[in-house]
Design a protein around this ligand. Structure first.
Ligand SMILES: Nc1nc2c(ncn2[C@@H]2O[C@H](COP(=O)(O)OP(=O)(O)OP(=O)(O)O)[C@@H](O)[C@H]2O)c(=O)[nH]1
Ligand SMILES: [Mg+2]
Length: 362
């Protein structure tokens, strides 16, 4: 496709991009034996071996303490090789065309010499019975590419668990050499905030509405957006999409984000027809360059690392409580009293804090 050809690797003329956008030809290798030792998994991941990659991600998804310790060890080893990809969040209301976009965008990127990992944050997957990437048919073409790696959202966990796992999976696919990481999430609930906290550039996929152009997009989502891509600008929808884009520009102007390094961009596209996707890639590159030059990218990543640590600590604190046998009994006991109304939730929390020797906040 001619559109794909035009989608060249970003050439922003700065060192960062030379490093970030180099394709890695080793990403496709496959071995037949599942690696067992942490050393094998590490070297397998570095070599881009699919089986090792799967094993590594299974480790970070596991809730078994032994696996978690192994996952920590693995991440420590891989850490020097992480952080090199461009991390892009893709959000938007259900049905906006996120999966269709990722499928086409991913193919374009691969044609331009990139390797693409696609992850999902979908804490509702356990309830609806299917992850947003579970329906692989909408990413069927990308799924069959050897330079692509698609990982559905881990099922059955809360948002905190999914967030931690996704962050760690990003680190692993980066160490495996993927240079573009796309994280899809539905723009409802809290998951979009979680995803914006783990990516460099946050793209909101919008659709032209009937009359009220800003329908179906929350103000909160708008505030997170670095780029708003109005999708389905095709057939008899083009005019409406242009109007929606104008409305979004006006809305963003009013919101006037506190970010001085980058003013959110609005564009129209058709994921179905593969139009406007090269502009999207250009804007993503411009945004990232602008943030990098202003030092905001480093700030974002530093902030994200700090948030990451805090979340892991909070989860471990809770897990330690529920995991230890005596503590678990006490926890259940206190929880029971709260359920019965014998003590208040605040009293219960205070009793738990005392159990782990936490001092009262001043
Ligand atoms: N006309 C038109 N239809 C599109 C376009 N992109 C996606 N669609 C259609 O919109 C519907 C939803 O597309 P998906 O890609 O599954 O949307 P999604 O945002 O991933 O949806 P969820 O994962 O359910 O939140 C499908 O029927 C697509 O064929 C587009 O550019 N133009
Ligand atoms: Mg989808």
């Amino acid at each position: 496709m001619s559109h794909a050809r035009r989608l060249d690797p970003l050439v922003a003329g700065e060192g960062l991009h030379t490093v970030c956008f180099r394709s890695t030809p080793h990403v496709m290798s496959v071995t037949t034996k599942a690696p067992k030792s942490i050393e094998d998994i590490e070297s397998g991941v570095r070599a881009g071996d699919r089986v090792a990659l799967g094993r590594a991600i299974t480790l970070v998804e596991s809730t078994r303490p032994k696996d978690q310790a192994m996952a920590r060890d693995l991440l420590k080893r891989l850490m020097p090789d992480t952080g090199k990809a461009i991390r892009i969040g893709i959000s938007g209301v259900p049905g906006a065309g996120k999966s269709t976009l990722i499928d086409q965008f991913g193919l374009n990127l691969i044609q331009a010499g990139h390797t693409v990992a696609v992850l999902a944050v979908d804490p509702t997957s356990s309830r609806t019975g299917g992850s947003i990437l579970g329906d692989k048919t909408r990413m069927g073409r990308l799924a069959s590419e050897s330079e692509a790696f698609i990982r559905p959202s881990p099922a059955g966990s809360n948002l905190g668990g999914v967030t931690k796992t996704t962050r760690e999976t990003i680190a692993i696919v980066e160490a495996a050499g993927f240079d573009v990481v796309l994280v899809e999430t539905v723009g409802v609930g809290q998951s979009e905030t979680a995803v914006s906290n783990m990516v460099d550039v946050f793209v909101v996929v919008a659709i032209p509405g009937a009359g009220d152009e800003l329908q179906g997009i929350k103000r909160g989502l708008l505030e997170l957006a670095d780029i708003i891509a109005v999708n389905k600008a095709d057939s008899d929808n083009v005019e409406r999409a242009n109007r929606a884009a104008t409305e979004y520009r006006a809305a963003l102007h009013i919101l006037a984000s506190g970010n001085t390094a980058w003013q959110p961009a609005v564009l129209t596209m058709s994921a179905r027809d593969n139009t406007g996707l090269d502009t999207l890639w250009e804007k993503i590159g411009e945004c990232r360059s602008a943030l990098a030059e202003a030092g905001v990218l480093d700030e974002r990543r530093a902030e994200q690392a700090a948030t990451w640590m805090r979340e892991i600590f909070e989860q471990r604190l809770l897990a330690a409580f529920k995991g230890g046998r005596r503590a678990a009994r006490e926890y259940q006991d206190i929880e029971g009293q709260v359920r019965e109304g014998t003590i208040s939730p605040a009293e219960g929390a205070a009793a738990l804090a005392e159990l782990v020797g936490l001092e009262d906040p001043e």
